[in-house]
Design a protein around this ligand. Structure first.
Ligand SMILES: Nc1ncnc2c1ncn2[C@@H]1O[C@H](COP(=O)(O)OP(=O)(O)OP(=O)(O)O)[C@@H](O)[C@H]1O
Ligand SMILES: Nc1nc2c(c(=O)[nH]1)N=C(CO)CN2
Length: 167
């Protein structure tokens, strides 16, 4: 089934961290890379004042793994890149959110799918719609239409930065 992952970083060597995360995520079996979106620089949404801007991107993949197993893989990659869980929405070297996993609907605190805030986050919807113009958030509607209804939150293309396919 298809998986959409949202990657973000606003601490340390942001782009190297995103590329390293892509390489590490696909190191183990069960997850096959399909494509990465362009990289965007984005104003921090929520959290403490004075945070640095993020780099955000979307990665689309195919998986045979269960959603929980994918979450564990994402969290272990976050940890490998020095993620320290401090305050909610605080600065982070690496954040990997599961946006959709096939048509899984799941409403537990440890895993909510589709991601409960994806439909209102320009830093998710802009890269996602660029990678897949026909994308849909199950239960919410077409990404392109959701985007038209929200603030663009200072999302700007960094066309000098391109994520490579994992090696
Ligand atoms: N779809 C999901 N993707 C990733 N984590 C999720 C998801 N649904 C629930 N979680 C849970 O959210 C917890 C907190 O994750 P995290 O610290 O990355 O949140 P956050 O990125 O600060 O905030 P947000 O959830 O708004 O993106 C994780 O431990 C995880 O179990
Ligand atoms: N611009 C931006 N803002 C955020 C981000 C993010 O990735 N980009 N992630 C958050 C928690 O997941 C909270 N705020």
């Amino acid at each position: 089934m298809k998986v959409v992952l949202a990657l973000g970083s606003n601490l340390g060597p942001r782009f190297q961290t995103l590329q390293g995360a892509v390489d590490t995520l696909f190191d183990a079996p069960g997850l096959e890379f399909v494509q990465a979106s362009p990289v965007y620089e984005t104003d921090p949404v929520g959290g403490p004042a004075g945070q640095k801007p993020y780099l955000n991107a979307i990665v689309i993949a195919e998986t045979t793994l269960q959603p929980r197993t994918l979450l564990e893989r994402a969290q272990s990659v976050e940890n490998a890149f020095g993620r320290v869980r401090a305050e909610r929405w605080g600065p982070r070297t690496l954040d990997i959110d599961l946006i959709v996993v096939g048509d899984t609907v799941c409403e537990e605190p440890e895993l909510t799918l589709p991601h409960p805030l994806a439909h209102e986050r320009a830093f998710v919807l802009v890269p996602w719609s660029k990678a897949d113009p026909d994308a849909v958030v199950p239960g919410r509607g077409r990404v392109a239409e959701l985007l038209a209804g929200i603030d663009q939150q200072g999302v700007r293309l960094r066309d000098d930065l391109k994520l490579q396919r994992p090696d």
